[in-house]
Design a protein around this ligand. Structure first.
Ligand SMILES: Nc1nc2c(c(=O)[nH]1)N[C@H]1C(S)=C(S)[C@@H](COP(=O)(O)O)O[C@H]1N2
Ligand SMILES: [Mo]
Length: 434
């Protein structure tokens, strides 16, 4: 078949008879609704990290810095929700994004744009497609393997997000009328009842999506939509357990975090109490194990103590003294940027009690120091995070001493704080007056 004058010739490989504006719009609709949720929760997560403190996580983003607000410590599940939605929904939408890209593929392979308006539209498409693929790849890699990047994941994912958000906004504005028109061009109920034998191409369109020389159908539109929905459901099934836990946890195939019930050498650590040898109480995911942290076992042995500073003097508490202070118990989540979360029952000394002991009962912020060196060495907490009644320097989880992997002798646990800032193997807390 030869292309008539004025018609655009589809490259020989894009001849699916079901490709067309209606099917593209069917894939666009869940993205139009879902992506803004992914974007907003992602930006909220950024705020939760306390970017105002200029910490190593997240590192500075210069001009892209958002006007910040103090991330609250109440409700305790807030970060678990925003992070779970961001990652969960982001992963579930991947099959839809791929289907959407497939549906517009002829447009990605047309000749050079004619005129400045077309050129701008093309540029926005490059940023749109490049942006979302970059966000998907960096996000998925970060969930699967921690710290595989030669650059800061947070910075790259954040800058990539703004490129994508800009292009997405332009795209939605330009395409919204087409979306509405195309959705109205066929009935979904009818498509879902159409068998292969009656699957016909859409009428030729101005966008060049419909193949002028289509092949015979091998799949119905119902089949294509079902395949994408099934893909999204499958991703949901192997992801949800990361956050929901319980019987779903074993189905979380994308959860690479290990558990710690197996003997981890704790009993060979000098001074390590038998009560802290890992058992079922400490059997929940670990971000990075004690061995991986590179800490010398002696640093958490009998010589260990936590030092409180910021007031006039310095208060030093060893393990027994810490355990002898009034203990508070709270059920609190750890929610990690790598996509998993878990709720456990933590006990320890309230951070606000420690602030009082240090002589700074109303600190402006607090800097928590770990035995560990490197990016996890310190984390800064806001005033409301220190003062929240459930914020703890925890020494026990589920009624038993922390295992080495979960931060023995003591770790911070603060409601609604991103997992990464719940510092393990704490040696010092500086309560700041300004
Ligand atoms: N010192 C130190 N604290 C740390 C980490 C670490 O690697 N080193 N990992 C953080 C991250 S990313 C998370 S999600 C939580 C996980 O706590 P868990 O390993 O006890 O489950 O601890 C945080 N605290
Ligand atoms: Mo984490």
């Amino acid at each position: 078949m030869t292309a008539g004058p004025g018609t655009r010739r589809t490259p020989f490989r894009w001849r699916s008879p079901i490709r067309g504006p209606w099917l593209t719009s069917m894939f666009a609709l869940p993205l139009l609704v879902g992506l803004p949720v992914v974007i907003v929760t992602g930006l909220l997560d950024w705020m939760a990290y306390g970017p105002q403190f200029g910490q190593s996580i997240p590192s500075d983003v210069g001009l892209l810095r958002l006007p910040f607000f103090e991330w609250p410590a109440d409700p305790p599940w807030l970060f678990r929700l925003t992070e779970g939605l961001h990652i969960g929904l982001g992963m579930i939408l991947v099959p839809v994004v791929l289907a959407k890209l497939w549906s517009v593929i002829p447009k990605l392979f047309t000749g050079p744009p004619r005129g400045p308006v077309k050129a701008l539209e093309r540029l926005s498409l490059v940023l749109l497609v490049g942006g979302i693929l970059f966000e998907i790849v960096t996000g998925l890699l970060n969930v699967q393997y921690d710290y595989v990047f030669g650059f800061s994941f947070y910075q790259a994912h954040f800058v990539g997000a703004w490129v994508f958000v800009g292009a997405f906004a332009v795209h939605v504005i330009l395409k919204f009328p087409t979306l509405v028109r195309s959705l109205g061009s066929r009935s979904l109920a009818k498509e879902l009842r159409t068998p292969l034998s009656r699957t016909e191409p859409e009428p030729p369109d101005e966008h060049g999506l419909v193949a002028p020389d289509p092949d015979p159908p091998t799949m119905t539109r119902r089949g294509a939509i079902g395949l994408v929905a099934g893909g999204a459901l499958f991703v949901a099934a192997i992801t949800a357990g990361q956050t929901l836990g319980g019987w779903l946890r074993p189905a979380a195939l994308l959860l690479p975090r290990g558990r710690t019930t197996a003997a981890d050498g704790s009993s060979r650590t000098p001074g390590f109490p038998p009560d802290a040898v890992p058992g079922p109480e400490n059997d929940f995911p670990v971000n990075r194990t004690f061995v991986a942290s590179g800490i010398a076992p002696a640093a958490i042995g009998p010589m260990w103590a936590v030092t409180l500073t910021g007031g006039d003097g310095e208060v030093r508490l060893d393990y027994d003294q810490l355990n002898a202070l009034p203990q508070h118990t709270a059920e609190l989540p750890i929610a990690c940027v790598e996509g998993w979360s878990t709720v456990q029952t933590w006990s320890g000394v309230r951070l606000r009690d420690l602030a009082g002991m240090a002589g700074v009962p109303e600190p402006a912020s607090a800097v928590v120091q770990s035995v560990e060196v490197g990016p996890f060495a310190r984390a800064q907490l806001t005033s409301s995070q220190v003062l929240a009644p459930d914020s703890l320097l925890a020494v026990r989880v589920n009624g038993k001493a922390l295992s080495r992997d979960h931060g023995y002798p003591a770790r911070v646990i603060v409601p609604a704080l991103p997992g990464v800032h719940n510092t393990k193997w704490v040696v010092g807390i500086e309560f700041r007056r300004v």
